[in-house]
Design a protein around this ligand. Structure first.
Ligand code: 6GU
Length: 262
């Protein structure tokens, strides 16, 4: 991918040179496609142009289109928000701006994408949810700002409302990045080692924390690496790791053990 943003009229298109997809090649999955609707597309710039995500876009393992929601505001000030009826602090995203922008993006594709609205009111995002998203063809991420969305946006669009935790951010952009990064790791072939995400903490292969890891030097400031990891005895190493996983989880995240057992 050349990181010059192709400015279409309403969106930046970010993808590698589209690979020629051989329809007969059953092994080639069509790339997962994210549409992002935001008032601040620039927030995503560095995120999409570095490291694993850049490589995945270059390899056409996923495609991302960034849309500036403001492009659907037709008055000269491009007003996206307004004061809340009934008074109170903050501004509310306007239903007559947001709904047409979502509909326009959805209609760019033959089938609508799975619509996720990033909002602190949403259900908390987790690894299981990420695993369900990687099965999709298209996902539309709708990022809010200010005090929130006019409630009629939710009534009309019926999005899945997603939060990334119980704290307040200025908008949904960082949450959208969290969703994209956690999902793209699950796309086959994105990580170097095919299996390297399978046993990640919280994944369906491992609902517990990872075991402790060490690398050289063998001793640092009087702290030695556990002897068992140095002896090359794989059965013993695996036993130590299983035990370490249980102990670490019991100590740091006992709530995960309770869930694991039930
Ligand atoms: Cl998705 N949006 C905002 N504004 N704040 C949040 C959030 C989302 N998730 C946690 N806090």
């Amino acid at each position: 991918m050349q990181f010059s943003w192709e400015r279409n009229r309403r969106c930046f298109h970010l993808a590698g040179t589209p690979a020629i997809i051989n329809e007969n090649d059953q092994n080639k999955m069509p790339p997962l496609h994210f549409d992002i609707l935001t008032l601040f597309p620039g927030i995503f710039e560095g995120f999409l142009s570095e490291s694993v995500l850049k490589n995945a876009l270059d390899a056409d393992k996923l495609r991302i289109r960034l849309h500036n929601m403001r492009d659907w505001a037709d008055d000269k000030h491009a007003t996206m928000d307004d004061r809340p009826f009934g008074g109170g602090p903050g501004m509310v995203l306007k239903v007559d701006r947001v709904v047409p922008s979502v509909e326009a993006v959805q209609s760019q594709h033959p089938e609508p994408g799975r619509l996720l609205m990033l909002t602190p009111q949403g259900r908390t995002f987790n690894q299981r949810f990420a695993e369900s998203l990687v099965e999709e063809k298209r996902i539309l991420l709708l990022c809010g700002r200010y005090e929130g969305f006019d409630e009629r946006i939710v009534e009309l669009l019926k999005p899945e409302e997603i939060s990334i935790g119980d704290y307040i951010l200025n908008g949904g952009e960082i949450a959208a990045m969290v969703v994209i990064e956690s999902v793209m790791r699950l796309i086959p072939g994105v990580l170097g080692d095919q299996d390297s995400n399978q046993y990640d903490s919280f994944s369906s292969g491992n609902r517990l924390l990872d075991c402790a890891q060490y690398t050289r030097p063998r001793e640092y400031r009087g702290l030695a690496v556990p002897e068992v990891l140095l002896n090359g005895h794989h059965a013993e190493i695996n036993r130590w790791r299983d035990e370490n996983t249980q102990n670490r989880t019991a100590e740091k995240r006992p709530d995960l053990l309770e869930k694991h057992e039930s």
